[in-house]
Structure formats: structure tokens, C-alpha cells
Design a protein. Sequence first.
Length: 79
Amino acid sequence: MSKCDRLLSNRREIKENILTSTNSGAFKWMVMAYVTLSYQAFMMRVVVVNIYPTFIQHLSNVYPTFTPVGVVHGSIQAI
């Protein structure tokens, strides 16, 4: 094996290593992004479906004037 062949094979090996490492890095990043986004979407759904309506209901029980319409009306009156 001549020196030139050895250099070429080394270069090919390094190139393959770089390709596989960047691919796995990008793949890891994509998996992390996917997991994060699905978790955020899931939490948003939980908040919107479960917590938000009960929160509005609670506020309307505590403050009878607190309805979405009442808030708009109150802010218009305040102006």
C-alpha cells in the first residue's frame, strides 16, 4: 500500500465518520425537537381543554361581572 493510497483511504474514512456523526447529530436534534413539540402541544391541549374553561368558570363565580363580554364592557367603561 503506497503512501498515496493510505492517505486516500484515511480521507475516505474521516469523510464517512463526519457524515455518520453529523447524521446522527441531526437525527438526535430532530427527535428532541419532535418530542419537545409534541409535549408542548399535549400540554397546550390539556390547558385549553381542562384548565382554561374551569378557570373562566371560577372567575365568573368569584366575580359575577367577569365574562369575556363583561371584561370588554368594563374596559370600555374604564376608558
